[in-house]
Design a protein around this ligand. Structure first.
Ligand code: PHE
Length: 454
């Protein structure tokens, strides 16, 4: 079934790192902590973990099956596996989500670049927690600066996409993922040893179920899909580049584990530090940008050169983690335009980059200059985030699980999961049961409950 001329990932490690590179990004380090803060801490984390295990991993496997079997972009995949049906709309919806996420995500990715330069110029040294808040507000409300960074970030993504799959995506993931991981561990150590860090640790470990409502469930589910890059065909597109002997189940477990571990560790960097310096845990999207500089300055107050090195390194790695995620979103939309509309890859990539710059600029302005303009009470940035993470991704996940659980021929599913019978997958029946019943019903209940559909 392999289409000739279609790229492949070069090695097993490359497969895992590229998928993990897509999954690990601002979703873990920026979005997870602020959602945890918004929804009250430990109870949210427990529900989040449940969502990853029960919905995330099986649906990731389902995406892998669809992608590797069809060897096509996410919309084309449904044409191959379910020709002439409406299933292709699931793929198209994913492409739309990819485009929307890339637009608002690049705004925050751009912020990380500003912080790289701020760190390089030693701009964090000697400031008080209040000053970090003020300088973030001044920066994000500035009409020009965030837009310049956003455009640069999208152009960086663009050039990697144009260079092709293996060279660009695989190489960059291989180097930066392990580095990021080590640095995060160091920062956790620093953060938990700050004075007053204990209340932050409690916030993460002591669940308070009295605050849990349907909202928290929708938030946790949306965050799980967002963080695992699920529900929009991203991992499906990557799986179309997997080789015949990639162990799909094991890859899904590895990616899920790495992603979740990094998110939890990010929590252990942010909250002990936030409580230590008196920053509110529900500060929202600005949370890591106003908390982290404190970690560097306070933890290394005796050795300013260490504070300098660690802050530069951290923001560089954060920007790179964001980059491996933006590449994966860009790839979904580019592969779709290139393969479905038969335009060159380069041209397709320019359409995506141009479109995302346009909407990205609007998202960025909605946090400052055009704050007053709202739709359903939300500015463009919040609206794009809400519609994708809390509606399109879970809905996509639900339809993907129904597609693999009910529509696809079970022989085909078995062949993909076991690599034509060469692998023994003990959880096969459990996975199928989850895809058939648990995932669609659970997502359905959360939707009905929260979005008041009925
Ligand atoms: N999972 C990525 C992150 O955590 C974001 C993402 C979402 C990437 C959807 C691709 C698709 O940063």
């Amino acid at each position: 079934m392999m289409k000739s001329g279609r790229a492949n990932f070069g090695s097993k490690l490359g497969v895992i790192l590229a998928s993990a590179g897509s999954a690990v990004g601002l979703g873990n380090i920026w979005r997870f902590p602020y959602e945890t803060g918004n929804y009250g801490g430990a109870a949210f984390i427990l529900i989040y973990l449940g969502c990853v295990l029960l919905l995330g991993l099986p649906i990731m496997l389902a995406e892998f099956i669809i992608g590797r079997r069809s060897r096509a972009n996410t919309a084309g995949a449904y044409q191959v596996l379910a020709p002439g049906t409406h299933w292709r709309w699931v793929g198209r919806m994913g492409v739309l989500a990819g485009f929307m996420i890339l637009s608002f995500y690049s705004v925050v990715a751009g912020w990380t670049l500003e912080y790289v330069f701020e760190a390089l110029g030693n701009g964090f040294a000697g400031k008080t927690p209040e000053e970090y808040i003020q300088s973030f507000q001044a920066f994000s409300g500035n009409p020009w600066k965030p837009i310049i960074w956003l455009v640069l970030f999208l152009l960086g993504t663009h050039f990697i996409i144009v260079r092709g799959v293996e060279k660009g995506i695989e190489k960059s993931s291989k180097i930066m993922m392990p580095m990021l991981f080590v640095l995060i561990l160091v920062l956790v150590g620093c953060s938990v040893s700050l004075p007053g860090a204990k209340s932050g640790i409690e916030f993460l470990l002591k669940p308070d179920f009295s605050k849990v409502d349907g909202n928290v469930f929708l938030g946790a589910m949306g965050q799980a899909f967002f963080s695992l890059s699920l529900g929009m065909g991203c991992l499906c597109t990557y799986a179309s580049y997997f080789s015949k002997d990639t162990n799909l189940t094991r890859t899904a477990f590895s990616v899920g584990l790495i992603d979740t571990f990094i998110a939890i560790l990010a929590g252990f960097i942010i909250f002990p530090a936030a409580f230590s310096v008196g920053i509110q845990p529900d500060a929202g999207p600005s949370l890591i940008f106003i908390t982290l500089p404190n970690v560097f300055q306070q933890a290394f107050s005796g050795a300013p050169w260490l504070a300098y090195i660690f802050s530069v390194l951290f923001y560089v790695l954060l920007a790179l983690a964001a980059l491996t995620s933006t590449i994966s979103m860009h790839e979904v939309v580019t592969a779709y335009l290139h393969e479905e509309f038969k335009i060159s890859r380069k041209r397709a990539a320019w359409f995506v980059t141009g479109g995302c710059i346009f909407f990205g600029v609007l998202c960025s302005l909605s946090l400052g200059v055009t704050k007053g303009f709202t739709v359903f009470g939300m500015g463009m940035f919040d609206l794009f985030d809400f519609v994708t993470a809390k509606i399109i991704l879970p809905l996509g996940g639900m339809l993907i699980s129904i597609f693999v659980g009910w529509y696809l021929d079970k022989k085909l599913v078995w062949e993909e999961i076991t690599n034509d019978g060469t692998l023994k997958v003990r959880l096969y029946k459990v996975i199928l049961f989850i895809l058939k019943y648990i995932a669609p019903i659970a997502i359905g209940i959360v939707f009905i409950n929260e979005l008041k559909i009925l």
